[in-house]
Design a protein around this ligand. Structure first.
Ligand SMILES: NC(=O)c1ccc[n+]([C@@H]2O[C@H](COP(=O)([O-])OP(=O)(O)OC[C@H]3O[C@@H](n4cnc5c(N)ncnc54)[C@H](OP(=O)(O)O)[C@@H]3O)[C@@H](O)[C@H]2O)c1
Length: 264
């Protein structure tokens, strides 16, 4: 047994489950007992959906629909105590997780717009980008180790972005978002090395989802050709196929939605 597709029944945690790609994973993992992935299938036994308050009506409704399988876990990833409390809540109902997907991300909000040039750089938004996009994920890696360390394969995937690739950067701009995703990549590469010693069956990977129709991409969709703008459902299916195909030797690597490897 070397990959997630070899496990018959999994416990999963989706972080950033309120909307967008994270919510899409929650929907997909609940849909069927055995999902028809190209690389095989895995049934979800318990699904933990970590969300920031307030919980969205959509997530809340799903939790009411699947009271035995879906468990809501309040978690603001900028607060380490909240992460620790969320993990403790999970440990009270299961002693192992097989799949964790970090889907939290910030590109813009009411106060923050991605910088077009150096003149727009200020400290506070940069700190916020790093807190949400990078530091939350590595704090999770710290607290999750006891739940991911067991005799079956497990995957800890973080949704990164191709614009976080230093080697691929042709256009510039979006300083904070790009740099925080590059930092996420380095954090997870480092965590993959430490996990390989402490939890040798855990695959730590980074995934680029492709441009997906969510709140995050909404203001930037104008120049995206329709065939390159994926629905959440499509993105989630594609990323689950990549996740199911991962083997232990892929730990510490960065993959695009089609399974191809991306440069750092
Ligand atoms: N959409 C794309 O085209 C695209 C492309 C490349 C990479 N990505 C990456 O894909 C991931 C998912 O993004 P998305 O497109 O699904 O965006 P989204 O719809 O805006 O969802 C972002 C999620 O992050 C959560 N979040 C933000 N700050 C948080 C915090 N402090 N604590 C806990 N949760 C927090 C949000 O919670 P609330 O609902 O409470 O705000 C929301 O659930 C991100 O990492 C993003 O960078 C997306």
């Amino acid at each position: 047994m070397a990959g997630l597709a070899d496990v018959n029944s999994i416990n999963a945690l989706i972080v950033g489950a309120n909307r967008g790609i994270g919510f899409g994973f929650v929907q997909k993992l609940l849909q069927d007992d055995r999902i028809d992935y190209p690389e095989g299938g895995t049934a979800t036994h318990r699904l933990f959906a970590a969300h920031r308050e307030p919980v969205t009506p959509e997530l809340s409704q799903l939790a009411a629909q699947y009271p035995d399988r879906l468990i809501l876990v309040p978690m603001d990833v900028t607060d380490e105590d909240a992460i620790a409390a969320g993990i403790q809540q999970i440990r009270e109902s299961v002693n192992q997780l097989h799949l964790v997907i970090y889907c939290v991300g910030l590109l813009h909000n009411e106060e923050i717009q991605p910088e077009k040039g150096l003149q727009q750089i200020t400290t506070e938004p940069l700190l916020r980008y790093f807190q949400v996009n990078s530091i939350g994920a590595i704090l999770l890696a710290k607290h999750l180790l006891p739940l991911l360390k067991h005799s079956e394969p497990s995957v800890f995937a973080s949704i990164s972005a191709k614009v976080g690739s230093i080697g691929d950067n042709q256009l510039g701009g979006w300083y904070g978002y790009r740099a925080s995703k590059a930092a996420l990549n380095m954090f997870m590469k480092n965590a993959a090395i430490e996990y390989s010693r402490k939890s040798p069956k855990t695959i730590v990977a980074l995934l680029h989802p492709g441009t997906t129709d969510t709140r995050l991409s909404q203001p930037f969709q104008r120049n995206v050709p329709p065939e390159k703008l994926f629905s959440v459902d499509r993105t989630v299916s594609q990323l689950l196929a990549v996740i199911n195909s991962l083997q232990i030797e892929n730990s510490g690597q960065f993959f695009s939605w089609d399974g191809s490897e991306l440069p750092w």
